[in-house]
Write a new protein. Structure first.
Length: 438
């Protein structure tokens, strides 16, 4: 991997095209772009490589110097300021179609006050009024102004070259650590995912507010635990389809599902005070564990609101789905009182060790052949036999069964073998896949 040369942050007033620029420069993560101001509320990060130089690119939410009475707006401002403070280079995006407005001037003053290295990105250069407005931006007093049309990918290579040249001249070289595994927080809006992320990271990273749907993007942060480097991702709340009013919500759901696909362990958070698993939450659990073969942990939050009556209802509800839930570790937590928050990462570590467990061919073959000896399986009159079983993959544990009639090893036969494996070994939270072969 190429050397990691530091952090580059994109700032500017709302709706000047910061997220469009981020999407052009970044290959992996996609920031949500939409036609009204303030859509990006959290920091969105990606690692970008260009000409052998690798850097962390950050898209900020709308930044305003004016202190806001709205706690959410103020929180966005503080998070953006922190990102600027920690960056090597700032890309200050302005709108050529409009020219300088008061808020641009305020952002420029802030960047001078903070003593940051800045490249002004004059966006929307293809607008008819752009040429006329372009010269105005020299008033900011920054050395470099680059004209771009982010929406049409004009000037993007020049921006990347400017970033690379600057970082080379700074020679701040540090090696990024690839995460050992990725953990994804999943759940309905307002169950406490962002609060948990902040508690685990011990810093204000995700914006926490009483308004459902505050986190609109999947936000990732690295965290070191024991000797492992973990990438923790907070996703937007996933609602039922019929509860989705605007296209933005649909984008949020896609973002959550994409995060699950890329993750290794899913932490499904539910609100214990609701006294039951909703239909949506059961579907999310099945989707992650059965369809995507991701390790799964169920976190029941708001335990401070779960009394005796709520616990009875929850237990009764869980019993209905025992066939599935007995495979999943459950932990009652409270983000408000911090009850059991210290147990979350040790449980994640435990599940990861189970998910990467390796079994010998000898042990697996012996286990399954013994099980079939004591309880033979038939398809009509055909006796089903296993010649050998070998593991070919971890995360998820994947086992090839060499059988006499592989086509007749259907869901119920494979469920029987899975039960034997789980009975002998502690594999709670870990999916198991079988591939029957001739």
């Amino acid at each position: 991997m190429s050397h990691y040369e530091g952090q580059v942050v994109i700032v500017g007033r709302k709706n000047v095209g910061k997220s469009t620029l981020f999407n052009r420069l970044s290959s992996g993560v996609k920031s949500i772009t939409y036609d009204y101001p303030g859509v990006t509320r959290d920091l969105v990060k990606d690692t970008v490589s260009w000409l052998g130089i690798t850097f962390c690119l950050i898209d900020t939410g709308g930044i305003s110097l004016r202190k806001s009475q709205d706690p959410l707006e103020e929180n966005v401002r503080q998070i953006a300021l922190q990102a600027i403070e920690q960056s090597e280079l700032v890309l200050f995006v302005v709108d050529c179609s409009v020219g300088i407005v008061q808020e641009d001037q305020e952002v420029a003053s802030l960047l001078h006050k903070m003593g940051k290295d800045v490249v002004v990105i004059a966006n929307k250069i293809d607008h008819p009024a752009a040429q006329e407005n372009m010269y105005e931006f020299a008033k900011f007093g920054f050395k470099q102004i680059l004209p771009v049309a982010a929406e049409h990918a004009k000037g993007i290579a020049e921006v990347l070259e400017a970033i690379v040249e600057f970082l080379k001249s700074k020679k701040t070289v540090a090696q990024p650590k690839e995460p050992s595994f990725r953990v994804v927080l999943l759940g309905k809006p307002n169950v406490g995912k962002s609060s948990l992320m902040n508690l685990v990271l011990q810093k204000e990273r995700s914006i926490v507010a009483e308004i459902p749907g505050t986190t609109r993007e999947a936000i990732s942060e690295p965290i070191a635990f024991y000797k492992e480097n973990i990438l923790l991702t907070d996703t937007p709340g996933v609602r039922r389809k019929r509860g989705i009013d605007e296209p933005l919500e649909k984008i949020m759901i896609k973002t959550s599902f994409r995060a699950v696909e890329r993750g290794d362990i899913v932490l499904l958070m539910i609100d214990g005070s609701e006294k039951k698993l909703s239909d949506q939450e059961r579907k999310l659990a099945f989707y992650a564990f059965e369809h995507q073969s991701k390790a799964l942990i169920l976190l029941i939050n708001k335990d401070d609101l779960v009394g005796q009556e709520e616990r009875v209802f929850l237990d009764h509800d869980f019993e209905q789905y025992e066939f599935f839930l007995k495979k999943i570790p459950q932990l009652f937590i409270s983000c408000k009182t911090e009850k059991n928050i210290g147990k979350v990462l040790p449980l994640v570590q435990e599940v990861w060790e189970r998910n990467t467990r390796e079994f010998s061919e000898e042990d697996l073959t012996h286990l399954f052949r013994e099980a079939l000896h004591h309880r033979p399986l038939y398809h009509k009159t055909l006796l089903l036999k296993i010649k050998k079983a070998r593991q070919i993959k971890t995360g998820p544990i994947t086992i090839v069964l060499h059988a006499n009639y592989p086509q007749w090893f259907g869901p119920s036969q494979l469920a029987f073998l899975e039960k034997q494996l789980r009975k002998k070994y502690s594999l709670q939270g870990v999916p198991i896949k079988f591939i029957p072969r001739k």
